[in-house]
Write a protein that binds this ligand. Sequence first.
Ligand code: FAD
Length: 397
Amino acid sequence: MSTAGPFDVLVIGSGASGLAAAVSAERAGARVALAAKGSIQSCNSAKAQGGIQAAFGDDDSPEQHAADVWSSSHETADRRLVEILTVEAPSAIHWLEELGVEFTRENGGYRLARCGGATRKRLLQVGDRTGLAITTALREAFEAGGGTAFTKSPLSSLEQTPNGWRATCGEHVIDAATVVLAAGGRCFREAKERGELSTNHPGATGEVTQIALDLGAEARDLDALQYHPNGGAWPANMQGYSIPETTRAYGAVLLNAEGEEFTDSLGPRDAVSQAIFDEVANGNGVETPDGRPAVYLDTTRIAEDDANVSLPYMLRRYRAGGVDPLREKILTYPVLHYQNGGLVIDTNAETTLEGVYACGEIAGGTHGRNRMMGNSLLECCVFGRRAGRAAAEKARA
Ligand SMILES: Cc1cc2nc3c(=O)[nH]c(=O)nc-3n(C[C@H](O)[C@H](O)[C@H](O)COP(=O)(O)OP(=O)(O)OC[C@H]3O[C@@H](n4cnc5c(N)ncnc54)[C@H](O)[C@@H]3O)c2cc1C
């Protein structure tokens, strides 16, 4: 074991939320350490494809964005957090642009898509590798600063000290005045335990949430796990792949075995997933060649130009597997995707443990019991920045 620190702020996790917190804490003058379970790049954030929401449309506003979050959450979200998420969304986008993210543009503005549960076109994209673009820019900003990274250093214990917190991360014992927990959700482990497919990275196992709970932190909605309506069901190498929701934003629809539309393909995620489960349970689904349940996603309705601009990665992956989504319908079924709930936070992302902050998927409240697509990357940036700044400030107090 080696000892390190004391630091002002220790960030646990190197996804979009952890990196946003680390960069923001450093820019607020803090000495920052960041510990990750694997390499800095390995996280769910880098896998995100579809996009990130922010109200930029002429017919849109943060209030409308907030109203959509509220209704998609079935009125279970924390309205104070939703207001911050939606009001700060445009400035979070501009911050990402300053860090080098180049969002896809058209006609002099952003190319905006409408995602499930949204009443307006609001989803910004970087092709269909939005998460990769965001995490690359954040990682470069972190690496250009003076922060210390501890990779392959999973947090295994956290204890309070007279001056803050002591964390054991792999072979390192790290002291810091404040801690930001940004270790993501638990859907990889949960899916494994259920014998189901998941879109998640193998690092999404949830032990950091448990460490916080054991210390007495409050949590909410932890039982509310989200199925992505469109997991890849066939070909075999696409099983567990999350087919971007932008396929449906650009015209793809869900069809049953008879070729009938059985649900609003742009409804909230939980409603669309449930409709697919019900359709299959009622005997109206189809089977994959290896006997798995599925329905059709008719991707042939997407215009080729839209697909080339907004779905190039998805097209490449399917075509490499021998299926051309613009020529034939693809097979899909919901897969375990996202932990809606998490640690209770206040508007500065502080948990109920003083000096311990949480941001990104590990935190609860912003989405209530049902997240809208594109609001998770946004939450990572908005609350990652807030957590980093507040943790730096508290460390100096
Ligand atoms: C395939 C896919 C597509 C998605 N598409 C979108 C999309 O288009 N738009 C959108 O808004 N959201 C999307 N999401 C959801 C979104 O990407 C994630 O919810 C979000 O990026 C989570 O970010 P995070 O920083 O909280 O966690 P993550 O990005 O999961 O990062 C967690 C970090 O914590 C580390 N960690 C875990 N345990 C420990 C430990 N014990 N000690 C130290 N470190 C630890 C991990 O190694 C990792 O570095 C998608 C998710 C997936 C999986």
